[in-house]
Design a protein around this ligand. Structure first.
Ligand SMILES: C[S@@+](CC[C@H](N)C(=O)[O-])C[C@H]1O[C@@H](n2cnc3c(N)ncnc32)[C@H](O)[C@@H]1O
Length: 236
């Protein structure tokens, strides 16, 4: 895999350096985050910011499928506070907080990752409260295969401009794409974290099947300079 050797060296070196430097107070690290953040992570957040801003004029809320600890979720919500402080858009987060559990045949060897990325909802809620973001974020706890169709049945007026697919797995991604296709505004985007990912093929299979079922309705965009997110489908 591209970058694998480079990553292994970097991870070993930063582990050794953190042992040498000793423990740090959490907020002193947070407040000086560019000192500690790697270029790959920085590129990821710049890419997400660019994509979110590219749909600033498109009507519809933001959704993230698979929020884990909430880093991406909080980043996008804080961006809205900066770029659209008086706007009506909010962020919907969908997660079971159980980690990877709902596998299909299309996920292939990803079953070996069962239970990975289990989250902590109470901790996430405490951080949302710290930054007074309760009115900007709605968390839908449970399996997406159930929570998303239920929400769409209940709230028939709900539409989206930005949908981030990051469950890593086939069936949830399939449900997201098919359920939200009619609810995504023209010009809105489906963003994928694991397109062409070797460990998690399910997201790619679901995206490919979706494109075959809806030809001509989306344009595919490569995400320049970031490893992840890795694909954007923009609705015509
Ligand atoms: C890779 S993590 C998400 C990372 C996150 N977006 C971030 O920025 O750090 C995948 C998440 O998807 C969630 N997940 C996977 N399959 C799911 C399903 N069928 N329903 C609900 N949540 C699911 C897991 O609980 C996990 O939190």
């Amino acid at each position: 895999m591209k970058f694998a050797a480079e990553d292994a060296i970097y991870l070993a070196e930063r582990k050794a350096l953190s042992q040498e430097l000793g423990p740090r107070e959490l907020w002193s690290v947070v407040d000086h985050w560019p000192l500690y953040c790697g270029v790959g992570n920085l590129a990821r957040f710049i890419a997400i910011s660019d994509l979110l801003r590219s749909v600033g004029h498109i009507p519809g809320h933001i959704a993230e499928f698979g929020s884990w600890k909430g880093a991406n979720l909080m980043f996008m919500t804080k961006l809205l506070r900066i770029f659209d402080p008086h706007g009506s858009k909010t962020v919907h987060s969908f997660d079971s907080f159980e980690g990877l559990t709902q596998f299909s045949a299309a996920d292939s060897d990803a079953t070996a990752q069962r239970g990975r990325y289990a989250g902590n909802l109470a901790e996430l809620e405490a951080l949302i409260a710290l930054y007074r973001l309760q009115d900007d974020i709605t968390i839908h706890k449970g399996y997406i295969e159930k929570t998303l169709p239920e929400l769409l049945d209940k709230d028939t007026g709900l539409s989206f401009s930005f949908v981030y697919c990051d469950t890593d797995l086939y069936e949830s991604t399939r449900v997201i794409l098919e359920s939200l296709h009619p609810r995504l505004s023209a010009g809105g985007v489906f963003v994928f974290d694991e397109w062409n990912h070797q460990t998690y093929p399910g997201e790619t299979v679901a995206a490919r099947e979706f494109l075959e079922a809806h030809p001509q309705q989306y344009t595919m965009e490569h995400v320049a300079h970031a490893r992840q997110p890795s694909l954007v489908l923009r609705k015509r």
